[in-house]
Design a protein around this ligand. Structure first.
Ligand SMILES: Nc1ncnc2c1ncn2[C@@H]1O[C@H](COP(=O)(O)OP(=O)(O)OP(=O)(O)O)[C@@H](O)[C@H]1O
Ligand SMILES: [Mg+2]
Length: 337
């Protein structure tokens, strides 16, 4: 694994890395004012900071992510990169991307923040924890919708780098949206490696492409396709592939180029076509994966209606298969970019 030692460009190389506060005290208190908004509650905390529910004077609700003060306090280069990434995310809009409304540094408290669309429907992680494996059609619909958003991000030169069920959130009407676009790049630049920071794991290795586990700096859009494939596996089975593996175990598998277990072992009713597309998405070598998320959408929609013939001709077209709700809604491959 690459233990990249690049220093921050601010010349702050003598700064000691501090463990970010993960759960500890609240950076903001309930009832505090933040800009025009009032803090209503803490929604949760992650690798980068705390997320609050905030309400504007007109009653609109937002999710307000505050960068851990430790990140920003010691290192102006980190702050700059964080703001660059957040400002870039503000320029990309898609039905399946959590919209970033504003980002900056609040002058009074000097806190870096991202103001986002509030997603009251919870995360895909919550949904899988509660319901277990999802209906196959629903899982394919979610993956396809996220793939559309990802196609737009990739066209704009952004790799997400941290696709996982925690970062797929639902709107009030159940639309899945990808959160934290561009943020993982900031974290990866900041921490120099996926596994540094005094032993902390940044990102979730279980979803990472093998090449990302080995060197998180030199990856391309196909690493996102791998992670999306792992999310599909988890939706279809209710389990992560390699559940219970240690990080070192995952790394050993990455080095050996071991493929994921066959999804049909745990969910036999998944068609061979869909299982095949999943195996392509999670191919150990990036060259063997679909080249873009649009190709993933196309392959999945063809697999669903039995229109995909496997290389060995083993999966016969299923004549009685009906197009899914998603295929009917958007048309096969329509809207894919
Ligand atoms: N836009 C949002 N609307 C509603 N809840 C959100 C929103 N963004 C984040 N959350 C919630 O806030 C909590 C913290 O999110 P955060 O993104 O910081 O961490 P994470 O997604 O768990 O991990 P990571 O730091 O790797 O992204 C999570 O429970 C998440 O579901
Ligand atoms: Mg997140």
């Amino acid at each position: 694994m690459k233990q990249d030692q690049e220093n921050d460009q601010s010349g702050n190389e003598g700064t000691e890395e501090k463990e970010p506060q993960r759960h500890g005290e609240l950076v903001l208190k309930i009832g505090d004012r933040f800009g025009d908004c009032t803090i209503v509650s803490l929604l949760g905390s992650g690798a980068m900071g705390q997320v609050y529910l905030a309400q504007a004077p007109n009653g609109r609700k937002y999710a307000l992510k505050i960068l851990h003060p430790e990140f920003a306090r010691h290192n102006t280069g980190m702050k700059r990169r964080f703001l660059n990434e957040a400002e870039f995310a503000m320029t990309i809009r898609h039905r399946n991307l959590v919209e970033v409304r504003d980002a900056g540094e609040e002058p009074e408290k000097g806190l870096c923040y991202i103001l986002m669309e509030y997603m009251p429907g919870g995360s895909l992680k919550d949904m899988i924890e509660k319901e277990g494996a999802l209906p196959i059609e629903q899982a394919i619909s979610y993956v396809s919708q996220i793939a559309y958003a990802l196609a737009l991000a990739h066209r704009n030169g952004v790799i997400h780098r941290d696709i996982k069920p925690d970062n797929i959130l639902f709107s009030a009407d159940g639309v899945p949206k990808l959160a934290d676009l561009g943020i993982a790049k900031f974290l990866s630049d900041t921490q120099n490696s996926t596994l540094t920071m005094k032993g902390h794991i940044l990102g979730t290795p279980a979803y990472m492409a093998p090449e990302q586990m080995m060197d998180s700096h030199h990856i391309d859009a196909r690493a996102d396709i791998y992670s999306l494939g792992v999310v599909l596996y988890e939706m279809l089975t209710g389990n992560r592939p390699n559940e219970g593996s240690t990080v070192m175990g995952l790394l050993a598998k990455a080095i050996k180029g071991e493929p994921l277990p066959d999804v049909r072992t745990l969910r036999p009713e998944v068609s061979m076509s869909v299982a095949y597309v999943l195996s392509l998405m999670c191919a150990p070598k990036p060259d063997d994966r679909p080249e873009s998320p649009s190709v993933v959408v196309d392959l999945l929609s063809r697999a669903e209606v039995g229109g995909l013939i496997l290389p060995d001709g083993s999966d016969k077209p299923q004549k009685d298969a009906k197009p899914s709700f998603f295929s009917r809604l958007f048309g096969r491959g329509k809207g894919a970019t």
